[in-house]
Design a protein around this ligand. Sequence first.
Ligand code: BGC
Length: 513
Amino acid sequence: MGKVGFGLALSCAVASCTIAAILVSRRVKSRRKWSRVVGVLKELEEGCSTSIGRLKQVVDAMAVEMHAGLASEGGSKLKMLLTFVDNLPDGNEKGTYYALHLGGTNFRVLRVQLGGENSLILGHEVDRQPIPQHLMTSTSEGLFDFIVSKLEQFVEREGNGSMSMLDKRRELGFTFSFPVKQTSVSSGILIKWTKGFSIEDMIGKDVSECLQQAIRKRGLDMRVAALVNDTVGTLALGHYHDADTVAAVIIGTGTNACYVERTDSIIKCQGLLTKSGGMVVNMEWGNFWSTHLPRTSYDIDLDSDSPNPNDQGFEKMISGMYLGDIVRRVMLRMSKESDIFGDATSRLSVPFILKTPLMAAMHEDDSPDLKDVSRILKETLEISDVPLKVRKLIVRICDVVTRRAARLAAAGIVGILKKIGRDGSGGIMSGRTKSGETSSRKRRTVVAIEGGLYTSYSLFREYLNEAVAEILGEEMAPYVVLKVSEDGSGIGAALLAASHSYPSIGPVNVAIK
Ligand code: BGC
């Protein structure tokens, strides 16, 4: 080999070595980045851990806080609000009633026809409208004028616009899904807003009065016969269909629960007397807090960036308003630690850009190549050409966040059952007779559930159901039924309007059995 040949061979060898070194270094770098991403995921998994032991601590904490909230005003982060609903509809209600439901992403108007004499609901119609974003932060007048204009259009359609129809007096149930200090079954004062609503001038105002004023302004003849939280509407419908229903839970944009409590346990209201001896209590469990809750740095940041820091802590870990944003925060951190999402950091920095329904769609993508994940990443976050292993990683993040939420909600439900002695922890054995027969202590208990997260997100629902059974144990679990109550919050409000419109019907006993 001549000098030239040798020189050429040498340069080729050097070039190959350089290329190889670059490739190796790239691979090492990308491995390092990937392992950082995997580290972020591991940390998330650990931070979100909901072992059975931890869930049982949450159950106990929920029951303890319920006691504290019933003992004194401000005694707990759980407000345990009185609802003045001491009788639940039982099937004797008759006539046509209306309901308005304000509280989440959509606003609903309903008309419900009741046959009486246990003929149950003859029919119902619903009109859904999205709440224009600007009205969520405008003035109470702006919001209520909008609501009543929709109500008027709904009523007009009923009689094809004839004046005689508009003249008719109508009774209305108003489902207002925010914390309200009730002053009667049909009136109450707004304590605070949640779920992104913020209309300062309404806080401290009587919610029914605001609605009634707007109704008067439009010249409609309608009376707010019942003002109820969505949980209470759901309980009313649940109980109407199944008398074993003792509690209701909403898991949608926000989350909350209510249940039937004995009046003598409501210590903060001494001397509270109802014919049934019971009253529905709106827990406002979205504000529940316990050191046993598995909280991550993402939750802490989400809370401090929110318009209501240190508030609604349980809700921020569970409900549909927030789950997508927790996932976005995890992806943002991964994107900062590596380049797995290309240059998407700025898109990922936009709060609430990843909505929970999209997150659920990615989580439930069962196509082998995760087509939906690719599509959503591209359309929503402008991230394209994401390798399969990264798409799988995203599905895993969704799974961790959703599983934690569902299991915590399950612990909340069992916490209620524990408080009212329906979880079997009083020793289900104590409910047995010597001969081994089951006594009435092991009673069927139904919890009505509403809200898109539970009704439309199957993996969430499966995780929740599974966790309730796991916490209760196999002996007790068959006695606890979780029942979806479709449109319960609205129809239930109409039912309550009916049962509070006719004094002749009288209170129905809903005392704890
Ligand atoms: C509200 C509750 C409501 C729940 C579900 C929460 O943000 O505070 O009153 O029941 O959302 O809609």
